[in-house]
Design a protein around this ligand. Structure first.
Ligand code: HQG
Length: 178
């Protein structure tokens, strides 16, 4: 059984489409663990709680969190469905980065960064991480964002429990290509 494949499937369920296994998330993005396991089992029959806990613990980006009593699970960020994962609002560092594909640059420089299908624009704390994110979409390009100035100008920033900076949008004037 391929943990990465199952991890991707769980991400899809917890961030975008819980309905594909016939479950619902609550308003804070939590899924009932037993319901999730039973749903995932339909596609991956060997899947079980132990496997889930292993995937949660070893995930390379620590994408999931379990509730204290281990009865619920949610994704820490990256959602397209409108849930409130109780993100921490924080003052960002002076600069953050965003990785994208070259082919999106013209549109981004015109209208700024927008969340597209997700709830937030995702920002990285270093160029290397941003480059990896950009590569997912094609030939990568990295943008530097003057997040310190944005914060001074009243924009809000959030840091997910797994270290991803999030904001609603970035107007073009704070962006430069590096
Ligand atoms: C682009 C992964 C045209 C934006 C990563 C991006 C990340 C625009 C794409 C997380 C635009 C959306 C999120 C505009 C933004 N015109 N294109 N005005 N504004 N875009 O996948 O940031 O592994 O929704 O640049 O590590 O690539 O899944 O966002 O290229 O943290 O946990 O529209 O997903 O994490 O793509 O990735 P996405 P993203 P996971």
């Amino acid at each position: 059984m391929n943990d990465i494949k199952i991890g991707k499937y769980i991400c899809l369920i917890l961030r975008h489409k819980p309905e594909i296994i016939g479950i619902e998330l609550d308003k804070n993005g939590w899924a009932n663990i037993d319901e999730l396991i039973n749903g995932v089992k339909k596609k991956y029959p060997d899947f079980n709680r132990e496997r889930l806990e292993y995937i949660v613990k070893t995930d390379n980006k620590q994408r999931y969190s379990l509730s204290d009593d281990k009865s619920k699970i949610r994704a820490r960020q990256g959602h397209s469905i409108d849930v409130d994962v109780e993100l921490k609002e924080l003052t960002p560092p002076e600069l953050l980065y965003h990785g994208t594909a070259e082919r999106f640059l013209e549109s981004i420089m015109k209208e700024g960064l927008v969340p597209k299908s997700r709830l937030y624009v995702h920002l990285s704390k270093d160029v290397e991480t941003a480059e990896k994110v950009g590569k997912r979409h094609g030939k990568p390009a990295v943008l530097k964002i003057e997040t310190g100035k944005m914060a001074e100008d009243g924009f809000k920033f959030y840091l997910s429990e797994n270290g991803v900076w999030l904001t609603k949008a970035v107007p073009p004037k704070y962006l430069s290509l590096i």
